[in-house]
Each structure stands twice: as C-alpha cells, then as structure tokens.
Design a protein around this ligand. Structure first.
Ligand code: DPP
Ligand code: ZN
Length: 887
C-alpha cells in the first residue's frame, strides 16, 4: 500500500468542464457511459502533452473514445487502479467518452453504486466515484454534470440525481428514463444517483429572496410518517443559515433519500442528500430524545454543507477539516440555538474528551489537517471533525461574532465555486478583520492535545492579580518537537460573593492592554497565549479572586491549574459561566475517580467524602437550575475520559470506581432521586423541545442511578416506568436502567422489548447495542449468540455499529483480561473486511490504543493486530490502522 503526502500535492494537468453520464441500470450489470469535455491546465505549452491518468477500481472497460475515435489497445494503459491515456490530443479541448460495466448488486463495500433494500444508491465520498467510471477522482476537478438514468419502470419507478429534472419518459421493454442537470460545478464526490421504489414527504421553503424550494424526503411508504421531524429540522436549518450567515439555498429542489445500508451517517451530495435511516426516521414511539437531537443536528449539518463543502470545496482530501470542521461548528451552533447553548457545549466537550483526546494520544494521532494517509476513509475522524470544529470556534472566540461573520463573508466572496485550502480560510478570517493571528495555523499542522498549566498570584498591596501560563504540546507519531500554539483562554474573575469582577485592563509581558469596550468593563476577557510561557497581570483587583478559566471551553486543551478544591467547589456554586460550573463538577469528580482508582488498585476500601455527596446533592436539588443542565452535571465523567488521564489505563478499576460512586450516591440520596423521578414524570404527549426533553433526561438519569441499587422496590418502579411509558425515550430509559443488573428481570424485559419491536429494525438495533455494551460478566458469549440472531446482519453498518461497536464500548468485556474480547473483535474484523473494508477498519480502531493498557492486555491485543496484519488479501483500510497501531 502506498502512502500519499500533502507535500506532494500537484495541480492536475487536465481539468474537466462538462460531464454527461448515462446509467443503464440492470440486474446482471449496469452500463455507465460518460462523455467528458477535457481541457489542459496549460494550453499549448508543449508538443508532447502530459498523459491523462484516470482513476478506476473494480470496473470493466467496455470502450474508450477520444474526439469520437475509438482508442486502440496501444493508445492507453490499464491496470487495477488507473486508466492512462499516454498521448491525449494537444488541442484546447477534447471529448473523452468511456463506457464501463459494473455490478452494483454484488457491491458490499457500500461505496460507488450499490444496492440497498432493492434500490440503487450511490456513495462517492471520498474516493468512490472511481468505482462507477474512470475519472480524475479528486475534489479539485469541478465540472457541470448531467445524468441520464434508465431503468425498469416497475422496479425503479423513482429515478433521481443531482440538480433539476429536465426530461423524463418511457422506453421500450418496460423501461423509463429521467435526465437530471446540475447547473453548479461540483467535484465527483458530490455526485449521486438513486433509483427505486420510494415515496416522498413533500414540503416547501421560500428563501428570503423569494425562491420557492420544493423539499422532498424519500423513503418507503411505510416509513413516511417517520419523516416529519427531519422535515421540520430541514426547514429550521434553511431559515437559520439565512439568519445567521446570510446563506440561501441555490436550487428549486432539495431531496433527501433514506437508505438502510450506509457507511456514514449521511452525505451532502448536491441537492440529493443521502441519509442513513437512523438519522432521519423518528416517531415519539420509536426514537429517543437523543436520536431526535442527532437527526436535527445531522440534517442541518448536511444542509449547511451546501455552502461549506459544495459551493466552496476542498482542494484535496488533506483539507477535509476545511469543510467538516467548519460544518460541524455550524451544526453545533444551530443546535445550540434550537435548544440549550450550555448543554450543547457540555455534550460536545464531553464527546471530544471521550473520543478525540484518546485518538490524539494514540498511534493514529494526526493534525486536523493530516500530513499523509494510505486510505482517506480512515481520516473521517473525531480529530478532523470535532477538534476541527474547535479550531473554527477559536476564530470566533478571537474575532467575536461580527468579526467571524465578516471572515465568512469574505471566504465566500473570494472562493465561491473553488476548491481551496485551510490557508485560504485562515486568510479570509485574517484579512476581513486585520487580525493578528500569530501561531493559529499551528493548529492545522500539529497533532496532540496541548496541556496548559496555570499558576495564580494575588498581590494585595498592588491590587494586581497575575495568571502565569505555560503550554506544552506532547510528541505524537512523526512529530517529536512542537511549536507553541495560539491558545485563546477566556477568563473571568469571581469576587468573594461569587460575582464576576469588572475587568478593565491587563498587562501582557509588561504591555498594558485595555479589555473594556466603549468604557464598559468586561466580565470575561480572552487572553491570547502565544508563547511557551506567558504572564498576564490584571490591575485594580480589590480582593483575591477565584479565576474561572477557559470559559465555554475556549480552546481544546487539557487545563491544569493551581486551584484548590475549595476554589473549585466555589466555582461549582457560583460561576456565571454555566459551562464552567459543569466543568468544576467534572474536575472534582475526575479527581475523586482517579484517587479511588488508586485505592482500588491497592485493595483499599472505597469511600466518598461528605463534601462530594453534599456538592452533588446541592446540584441535584437546585430547582433554579435548568433540568437538562442538572442531568449533565450529575453524570460522572466517562470511563474513556478517565482512562485517558491515566498512565496505564485500567478499565476494570475505572469501571468499578464509577459504579461504586453511582451506587453510593444512589443510596445516600435515594429520597432525592426518587423525588426527581416523581417530579419529572409526565403523561403529556411527546414533544421534542428543550423543556420537555430536559424533564425526561433528568428523570431517566435519576432512575438509572436508583436502579444501580439492585433494590426490589426500585426494580418495581423501573418496571412500571417501562410499562407505562408512552414514548421511546422513557421506555428505553427504563429498559437501560433495568438491564444494568443481570438476572431474570433483565432477561424478561429484554425479551418483552424484542417482542414489541421485532418489526422495527431501528429499534431492534438499539436493543442489540444495549446488550452488547453491557458490563455484565462474560458478555462476550451473549454477543457471539447475537451474531447469529436473525436481527443481526454483518453487511449492515448500523447493526455492526450497534453490536460490535457497542461491545467495544464495554470496559469490562471488550477489555477482559483473558483477551476474549480482543479475540472476538479480531475474528469479526477479518470477516467484515471481506465485505466492507470501511466498516472493518472502523472496528479495528478499537484495538489501536493497546499500548495504553497493562502488559497482559497489551500482549492479547498485539497478538490480534499481528494476526490481522498477517492475513492475506487485507484491505488497505484495515492495513493502515493495524500497521500504524503496531508501529
Ligand atoms: N457525510 C459526511 C459528513 O457530512 C461526509 N461528508 O460529514
Ligand atoms: Zn460533513
């Protein structure tokens, strides 16, 4: 396998202007004919024009013509990856016509053209278009497409592609056709085609300049009622993007198609988004609040790509974060505006810490813009997406909302219709604001989570308060030494009453900086750390403050401060920044968990301090707080997050400690938890809004604490919640609470749930995931049984994610010390790799951080990686992860 490097990027020798495609869909094979107008990048500069190299994989070449003339065998070269035309015409333009034959019905990789539930569907990002026809499959080739689709009338009554429908009609032999024309230039990864038996929910949206856009969500007739929430989310996204960024939709039609077999969550193909069914279909009875929220966020995400990704796209795949980091940032902002901003922030930061931090500290660590890859599919990572979004957020933190908007406007003004780089985004932000951005670009090139240490000093005579920062970026594979980064640290100072002190000015390196605006003091100010060590001194500070640091999590770093526990309890009680109030609780919990882990490892008894229980209780019972905020604040840091803080990760110890704290709190605060359940129960019809969702979330987490007690009265309560639930959030919440404890009740309620929902594969996937992720002893055997259950299918990515991905999330069973969990995964990866390399490599990633564990676990995991790597015929996807993990 060949590694591809960012530094080797070269402009293409040829561009494509127009691309006309015809698909003749068939059961035995599908014929794809393309007609492309080609022009050289540099016109007439040499008598021997460079060869034209086209990508193509798993294709049967039927014919190839240049300017109408059939090419002979000696005119081109064909290998398993490329079709090379050695002497293209030296004219200013020529036409290339290629016919290929493919077999979508046999394509289990789910990239290129394949079949799902009998329908034809495409997925091309990143490099799937080369499985459809020979093409320069790279995003800097942007062309105008037409697409004619021909297929059987009865089997494929609906024929869709990008853009506008310009013609349709009947053909001989019971066939029909449709011709689609996309007026916008696009890279081939945004091409899409769908053909099959589908029905649509129809709606419309009038843009602010008066364009009437027809909106359609396509799915099976049976699932149509479950598309209402997705449609509402789409309309809300369209409105929000106009209001916040001034961005309007640019065609008269916007289609979303629902597909059961899909590797990604969804895909932003121009005007024809294709969605994994789990991210569209929802009804109160079948989908939980978490799923409603994800649907809202992802519908918005894909819609927002129309500008950030499609109108302005990436020059090459190394720039993926240019569109993904930015679009994730945009969907996060949208969701914040639809619900609670601080709760959304808390969720995003937890996700980052549980998923991205470990990635950034492991063998696959890469900058948000990677320097190299073997398979691009392996770089659709939480680093590129989530840390990338944090990088975009830092621009906003540094520039303010208006400055950020100015930067976005300039970005579109300069680059609409282009394929660009992260530097272009940076330059637009800088130029629109005359900003001084020293060191911000390092975020694109340096991997690893920076650590920021803070020490504070109050001078009561001078009335100054100083904060001394030092930063360190850890070494990562291929990057031993790092440069200091620009780290924006939002800071507020609390007085002894817990109120924010007014801030007027601060000395940075002895230089006075005014932080008040228009004569008004600030209550939060953003300190720009740019050096390895730096000191900031606040003046006119009348008493020793408690600092609230990194408000709103203003940079994706690990913060270590000299605050005492008393300071942190004070912040927990008083900080005006809700995120930092939550953070204070997390810091206290994490400290406690790490110290109990130490006790557990030394066989010492575990116990909680009264202070901790009291602090916890005061949050649980504070009726002035937002209920969803309470739910977040009483949730302990995840096992992954705590393991990430340890020198040698100990999954058993972290699990035991986390369970101990939960159980202990449940027992000490049983009455308060019961009251929380009681007060937040509701028999109102399900509505997905912040206030209703908050009640349900709080009730369900309280129930889950209580159920950890394994107490007969609580089991009765949870069973009754399960039985009387009128929506999936409550039903699944009660089920989740009940299945923590092995035994007959657990078995019965799981069987009951299956019986209820057997007919609904999305609900059954939740059932699979819940069992797979259980921490009950020796669950691997149960998961092996579920592999053979008729509800499971290794070819379906959602089922794989639920059952196999779910299993890998169990600290107890995946990381079982006898290696049984790793062995199970090793076997599955090899089976899956033959069907779907992308799916297989996603699963093998769970083994990649094996060095983080003790020697016994290391040996077991390493053996599996070596076994995988020694297998013949391994995909490049799995090869890359397995080999880099062992390197
Ligand atoms: N569909 C994926 C996403 O939107 C890749 N573009 O993030
Ligand atoms: Zn995206």
């Amino acid at each position: 396998p060949k590694e591809i490097f960012l530094k080797d990027y070269k402009k293409p020798d040829y561009f494509f202007d127009t691309v006309d495609l015809t698909f003749s869909l068939g059961e035995e094979h599908t014929i794809v004919s393309s007609s492309i107008t080609v022009y050289p990048r540099i016109e007439g500069n040499s008598s021997a024009p460079p060869s034209l190299v086209l990508d193509g994989v798993d294709l049967k070449l039927v014919s190839i013509k240049v300017d109408g003339k059939q090419l002979q065998k000696e005119d081109y070269h064909l290998d398993t990856r490329h079709l090379t035309i050695s002497s293209p015409p030296s004219t200013a333009r020529f036409t290339l016509e290629i016919v290929t034959e493919i077999q979508p019905q046999k394509n289990t990789s789910l990239e290129g053209l394949y079949k799902s539930s009998g329908n034809f569907v495409t997925h091309c990002e990143a490099e799937g278009f080369r499985k459809i026809t020979y093409y320069q499959d790279r995003p800097d080739i942007m062309a105008k497409y037409t697409c004619r689709v021909e297929g059987d009338n009865a089997l494929y009554p609906v024929l869709l592609s990008n853009g506008n429908l310009v013609e349709e009609g009947n053909l001989e032999g019971g066939k029909h056709y449709a011709v689609w024309e996309d007026p916008h230039k696009k890279p081939c990864y945004l091409f899409a085609l769908v053909a099959g038996q589908l029905q649509s929910r129809d709606d419309s949206f009038v843009t602010r300049s008066g364009r009437n856009v027809s909106l359609k969500i396509w799915t099976t007739a049976q699932d149509l009622p479950k598309t209402a929430h997705a449609m509402n989310s789409l309309k809300a996204s369209m409105k929000w993007d106009e209001d916040v960024f001034g961005l309007e939709y640019d065609l008269d039609l916007f289609n979303i198609v629902v597909v059961a077999d899909f590797n990604m969550g969804a895909m932003e193909n121009k005007s024809l988004n294709i969605f994994n069914s789990v991210l569209v279909l929802a009804s109160p009875e079948t989908a939980s609040d978490a799923e409603y929220a994800r649907i809202q966020g992802v519908i918005a995400h894909e819609y927002f790509h129309n500008w950030t990704g499609n109108r302005v796209t990436c020059r090459d795949w190394f720039q993926l974060t240019l569109k993904e980091g930015l679009t994730v940032f945009r969907d996060q902002e949208f969701s914040s505006d639809m619900g609670s901003r601080s709760v959304k922030r808390i969720e995003d930061v937890s996700f980052l810490r549980n998923n991205q931090f470990p990635e950034d500290a492991g063998p696959m660590a890469h900058p948000v813009r990677p320097h190299s890859y073997i398979k691009m599919d392996n770089f659709y990572t939480s680093t590129v997406y989530r840390k990338g979004a944090q990088v975009v957020r830092m621009y906003k933190t540094l520039l303010g909302s208006q400055g950020f908007r100015r930067g976005m406007d300039l970005y579109f003004k300069r680059h609409d219709g282009q394929a660009v780089t992260c530097e272009d985004f940076y330059a637009a932000m800088r130029d629109a604001n005359d900003a001084d951005f020293a060191n911000l670009l390092h975020w694109y090139s340096q991997a690893g989570t920076p650590t920021v240490k803070v020490t504070s000093f109050y001078n009561s005579e001078a009335k100054t308060y100083s904060l001394k920062f030092s930063q360190q970026v850890p070494p990562t594979p291929g990057q031993a030494v790092k440069e200091p980064m620009l780290i924006p640290v939002a800071v507020g100072l609390l007085d002894s009453n817990g109120k924010d002190m007014p801030l007027t000015s601060v000395y940075r390196d002895g230089m006075l900086q005014v932080v008040s605006t228009d004569g008004q003091p600030a209550y939060t100010t953003v300190l720009k750390i740019t050096k390895k060590e730096e000191e900031f001194v606040f003046v006119e500070i009348s008493e020793r403050p408690v600092p609230s640091l990194l408000r709103g999590y203003s940079a994706p770093v690990r913060l270590m401060s000299d605050l005492t526990d008393a300071d942190i309890f004070f912040l927990l009680a008083h900080d005006s920044d809700e995120f930092n109030r939550w953070e204070a609780g997390q810091v206290l919990s994490a400290k406690l968990m790490l110290s109990l882990v130490g006790d557990f490892q030394q066989n010492k008894p575990l116990s909680l301090t009264a202070d901790f229980v009291h602090g916890f209780k005061s949050i649980l019972t504070d009726y002035t707080l937002d209920k969803e905020f309470i739910a977040k604040a009483i949730d302990l840091p995840g096992v992954g997050e705590i393991m990430d803080m340890m020198d040698i990760a100990d999954p058993d110890a972290v699990h035991v400690v986390r369970s101990f704290i939960r159980k202990h709190l449940a027992s000490e605060l049983k009455a308060e938890f019961l009251k929380t359940v009681e007060n937040n129960r509701s028999s109102d019809p399900y509505v997905f809004d912040h206030s209703k969702k908050s009640r349900r979330t709080l009730k369900n987490i309280a129930l889950s604490y209580l159920a950890s007690l394994e107490d007969a009265q609580i089991t009765e309560l949870a069973l009754s919640e399960y039985k009387t639930a009128t929506n999936m959030t409550d039903q699944f919440g009660a089920l989740t609470a009940l299945v923590q404890n092995p035994g007959k009740t657990r078995d019965d309620v799981l069987a009951d749930f299956y019986g209820k929902w057997e007919h609904d594969y999305l609900v059954i996937n939740k059932w699979l995931g819940l069992q797979a992720s259980a921490n009950i002893p020796e669950n691997v055997e149960n998961v092996r049984k579920l592999l053979k259950h008729r509800a499971f299918d290794l070819r379906n990515p959602n089922k794989v994610r639920s059952l196999i991905g779910g299993f890998c999330a169990s600290p107890v069973n995946f990381h079982a010390k006898d290696g049984s969990g790793y062995k199970f995964l090793g076997e599955i990866v090899l089976q899956l790799d033959k069907l779907n390399p992308q799916g297989a490599s996603r699963m093998v990633s769970a083994l990649s951080r094996w060095r983080r564990y003790d020697e016994t676990r290391q040996a077991h995991a390493k053996a599996q990686l070596e076994m995988i790597l020694s297998t013949n015929g391994l995909s490049e996807n799995v090869f890359e992860i397995a080999s880099k993990s062992l390197a």
